[in-house]
Design a binder for this molecule. Structure first.
Ligand SMILES: [Zn+2]
Length: 214
């Protein structure tokens, strides 16, 4: 994954570093400075053998739900995978046992990242029970068994958050999915990011922000 760099600016092989799942440290002894929160990725891979791709996001659509008592819940048909309750991981749950540690909310070590990874819960076939967990005052982590589907989960987590927040702003009761509806919409849409993926690739290819020198 990326060296110490805003991920959108990754352009060449020189921007990529191979890290060990075991401890999040670079394999190469002369590697450039590493990405601060790489431990999120290494600890999720360590805890869930079925996970093949991890996204960590600071989506402004999603963060409000990480600091609110209103849970993020599936209420939009493309996001049934969120289920009826998305867990919120709170860094303070680790700080309380280590009061002298820096409390900057960043997941910059194995200790914090392993606690975050555990909040996803154990599911079937080496996958977490919840594909997404929110991180209080920070963002979210999304997981999947493929790159395409982790992007799918990330994009639609943000869209579900936007839909839910807009519905809440109407000031009337908001009807979220039942467990059955979340399961069935999640199963249908989870059959693949076949349709949106080429669109997302085209968007990235056409944006002058992103460079691909590889
Ligand atoms: Zn972060």
């Amino acid at each position: 994954m990326s060296r110490y760099l805003a991920p959108a600016l990754v352009a060449s092989v020189d921007d990529l570093v191979i890290y060990r799942v075991e401890n999040g440290q670079p394999v190469a002894t002369d590697a450039p400075r590493g990405f601060s929160e790489r431990f999120i990725h290494s600890e999720v891979y360590k805890a869930y053998q079925g996970v093949q791709a991890v996204v960590h996001s600071h989506s402004l659509e999603v963060v409000p739900f990480s600091i609110s008592t209103t849970p993020l819940q599936a209420c939009f048909h493309m996001a049934g995978f969120l289920g009826t309750a998305v867990p919120i991981w709170d860094a303070a749950s680790v700080y309380k046992d280590h009061p002298d540690d820096n409390q900057d909310m960043l997941v910059k070590n194995v200790k914090l990242a392993s606690a975050l990874a555990r909040s996803l819960g154990d599911g079937a076939q080496g996958m977490p029970k919840h594909p997404v967990a929110l991180m209080r005052g920070h963002g979210f982590v999304a997981t999947s068994n493929s790159l395409e589907m982790v992007i799918f989960n990330s994009v639609y987590t943000a869209q579900n958050a936007r839909v839910q927040r807009q519905a809440l702003s109407l000031g009337t009761d908001v009807q979220v999915f039942t467990e059955r509806e979340a399961h069935d919409t999640g199963t249908t849409t989870g059959q693949g990011a076949v349709k949106p993926w080429p669109l997302w690739v085209a968007e990235v290819s056409k944006s002058s922000l992103y460079q691909n020198l590889m």
